[in-house]
Design a protein around this ligand. Structure first.
Ligand code: CA
Length: 227
């Protein structure tokens, strides 16, 4: 009788210990999944030959993988980008690069082609053109055709430093397609699945609109120095 009782006691104690361990494991697991929202490959996309804003030697690089046809990219450019530029690019802490994503077929390709051409022929006019093209994206029914050669030439014409004739030639000869293909390769290499995808050095943000998170990632990189 005594033996059975003590065995029962041991069984109860063991059960409590096991339940306790399970609880601890679950909590630890949850904590991990909370902190691992962002995926870090540790690898920064190569930004050489990409339009880049800011100091060449800025310690942190932020990369946007974007698409002129994507409404969230337009929204990001209007809401988050100006904050980033004011707080970090203008202060020399961050340089910002843009890589084209072609998730919306021919229109994405045409927009990217035009942007690459402007960047090659009139690099100083690139960011104005970039902003100008996004501005033309309709706020409603954005799936309807709007990126056309006419629209692009219209946007380009408003920048006096853009050589519109060269742009027309690049459309005809498709000579700049290599640059667009290079971006498409990067999209594959970095497993980009949504636009915009924002990367702070090697870390991909889960929510590109979470500016507080962008800030904290930048600050962390600034503290860590140039690793
Ligand atoms: Ca590019």
């Amino acid at each position: 009788m005594k033996n059975t009782k003590s065995r029962l006691k041991i069984a109860v104690i063991l059960t409590i210990i096991i339940l306790g361990l399970i609880t601890v494991l679950v909590i630890v697991n949850n904590m991990n999944s909370e902190t691992n929202n962002e995926t870090s490959s540790g690898k920064l996309p190569p930004t050489e030959g990409q339009p880049t804003l800011g100091e060449v030697n800025a310690p942190v690089t932020v990369v946007e993988f974007g698409d002129f046809k994507c409404p969230a990219c337009k929204a990001w450019g209007e809401r988050v980008f100006p904050e980033l530029v004011k707080d970090y690019v203008d202060t020399g802490k961050v340089k910002f690069s843009y890589i084209n994503v072609l998730f919306h077929g021919e229109e994405s390709e045409l927009g990217s082609l035009a942007a690459e051409s402007v960047f090659k022929n009139s690099p100083d006019a690139y960011w104005d053109f970039h902003k100008g093209l996004f501005k033309e994206q309709p706020s409603e029914n954005h799936d309807a055709l709007w990126i056309t050669q006419e629209k692009i030439l219209e946007v380009a014409s408003s920048s006096p430093s853009i050589d519109v004739e060269k742009l027309k030639m690049d459309f005809e000869e498709q000579s700049i397609i290599e640059e667009v293909d290079k971006d498409a390769e990067l999209v594959k290499e970095f497993s980009i699945e949504q636009t915009p995808t924002i990367m702070v050095n090697g870390t991909k943000l889960e929510d590109p609109f979470d500016y507080e998170k962008i800030k904290s990632l930048i600050e962390k990189e600034l503290e860590g120095g140039n690793k």
